[in-house]
Design a protein around this ligand. Structure first.
Ligand code: NAD
Length: 487
């Protein structure tokens, strides 16, 4: 068991096991090897974690933002020093190639701890509001116990993106990683303790769709931040609404990436490939509907096909590997079914579409796949596939493509490639999405807000905007004279 943690859960500063919980295996998707055996949280474990968080939070909230931030920055340093070890664990957890995890996973988690650790002292201030002789002031106060629930595509990053703004604002957190990727968050919990975080403030418990509701419905929890699919988002938001809890919803998408004929073609193709094949296509903000202006369609497709067929598929621990397996067999099978639907509904398979040769039989690999001649009504153009499947759609003019790009229930992201600067700004202004890119795709540094609109969710992660979602505003009116009452 090469990635077995000391126990399944991390509560109140220590590993905790409860063997009464449903057992489950952690599987390395590249080979099917069982790398850890764990137990889902029982109601007693949920209770223990929330109680530890509730107990620890008031003292933490009473510390200055600078003092809290110092601990987060120390955690960032430890994560950077252990980048290789954490990246290997992330690769085992997810199957993503080490070439990616070494630059994108623990490092982006560390960026988050560093950013929020540094910004808190300046960004958690309130306002002074003059009212003549009287005045008012506002304070940003923590919510209390926050719950984070993660997806499986960026387990360490998601844990840090939720923990950093929550903790620096003075909250405690109970985090539940996806049952597919249970390992990384436990290491983050260990590192935070090593950095000096008082025990009980960041707790990790394991479990699945049966465990999540116990956390969401717990009366001592004030906020829930979910990264997951739209159907799960609906359930979690509905459950939280029953107790009027704060929620942040980072959900799925079917984002448009629009390539105009005046675009730098190499960059546009590179952006489309990154926005469909990075992390084996398991990225929520991916630009999976690639709208290409008809006049450049043939050139776009021939270069895209050649570059896609050069992608190196293989052992994720080999630094030369560019595309690893999907996270799990059910996810791989789901993607294969979408590919069949694409073929059946008349899309042209440009490349890929099958399980590659020369990979372990138990690995959950799939070829990077491009469909052309995709129309708006096809299943593959409407539903989130969450795998390495790019749909190329043709368009004639700007108004048409904007209308079609917006004709979706999702609104997470969008991108435009053009060398016409006014067109670029005009188009992004009319696209319905929370996060947009001009002449690049999928870059999400911690300094900029990230999140969706429409069914892709609400609330924002990263940037100072995230702090607003982990605090409440307290307003204090101060009278300087006598009360004038008419009775
Ligand atoms: P999922 O919705 O199946 O599960 C997400 C998490 O919610 C898991 O931890 C799961 O155990 C938990 N869960 C499931 N049902 C629950 C319930 N009723 N109550 C509480 N918790 C529950 O998603 P997934 O398959 O793990 O991840 C893929 C999805 O996540 C895709 O749709 C993707 O677009 C989305 N995603 C969004 C973002 C973003 O930031 N917008 C980032 C990554 C992934």
């Amino acid at each position: 068991m090469r990635a077995q943690p000391k126990a399944s859960h991390f509560i109140d500063g220590a590993y905790v096991e409860d063997t009464a919980g449903t057992p489950f295996d952690s599987i390395y998707p590249a080979t099917g090897e069982v790398i850890a055996k764990l137990h889902a949280a029982t109601p007693a474990i949920v209770e223990q974690a929330v109680a530890a968080a509730k107990r620890a939070q008031p003292e933490w909230a009473a510390m200055s933002p600078t003092a809290r931030g110092r601990i987060l920055k120390k955690a960032a340093d430890i994560m950077r020093a252990r980048n290789r070890e954490l990246s290997e664990l992330e690769t085992l957890d997810t199957g993503k190639p080490i070439q990616e995890t070494i630059v994108a996973d623990p490092t982006s988690g560390a960026d988050s701890f560093e950013f929020f650790g540094g910004v808190a002292a300046a960004a958690l201030n309130g306002e002074h509001i003059p009212l003549g002789a009287d005045f008012a002031y506002t304070k940003r106060v923590p919510i209390g116990v926050c719950v984070g629930i993660g997806a499986w595509n960026y387990p360490q990053q998601i844990a840090c993106w939720k923990a950093a703004p929550a903790l620096v604002s003075g909250n405690a957190m109970v985090f539940k990683p996806s049952e597919n990727t249970p390992l990384g968050a436990l290491k983050i919990a260990e590192i935070l303790i090593e950095a000096g975080l008082p025990k009980g403030l960041f707790n990790v418990i394991q479990g699945d769709r049966d465990t999540g509701p116990l956390l969401v419905g717990h009366p001592d929890v004030g906020k829930v931040s979910l990264t997951g699919s739209v159907p799960t988002g609906r359930k979690v938001a509905a459950a939280a609404a029953g107790q009027l809890k704060h929620v942040t919803m980072e959900l799925g998408g079917k984002s448009p990436l629009i390539v105009f004929e005046d675009a730098d073609l190499d960059s546009a193709i590179g952006g489309a490939m990154l926005g469909n094949f990075y992390s084996t296509g398991q990225v929520c903000s991916n630009g999976t509907r690639v709208f290409v202006q008809k006049s450049i369609k043939e050139r776009f497709l021939s270069s895209l096909k050649a570059r896609t067929e050069r992608i190196v598929i293989g052992d994720p621990m080999d630094e030369a590997t560019q595309l690893g397996p999907m996270v799990s067999r059910p996810q791989r099978d789901k993607v294969l079914a979408y590919i069949e639907a694409g073929k059946a509904e008349g899309a042209t398979l440009v490349t890929g579409g099958a399980i590659p040769n020369d990979v372990p039989a138990e690995g959950t690999y799939i070829q990077p796949t491009v469909f052309a001649d995709v129309t708006d009504t096809m299943t593959i153009a409407r539903e989130e596939i969450f795998g390495p499947v790019m749909c190329v759609l043709d368009f004639d003019d700007e108004d048409e493509v904007i209308t079609r790009a917006n004709a979706t229930e999702f609104g997470l992201s969008a991108g435009v490639f053009t060398s016409d600067i006014t067109r670029a700004h005009r188009v992004v202004d009319r696209l319905d999405a929370g996060t947009l890119w001009i002449n690049t795709y999928n870059l999400c540094p911690v300094e900029i807000p990230f999140g969706g609109s429409k069914q892709s969710g609400f609330g924002r992660e990263n940037s100072v905007a995230a702090l607003q979602h982990y605090t409440e505003l307290k307003t204090v009116y101060v009278a300087m004279g006598k009360v004038e009452a008419p009775y």
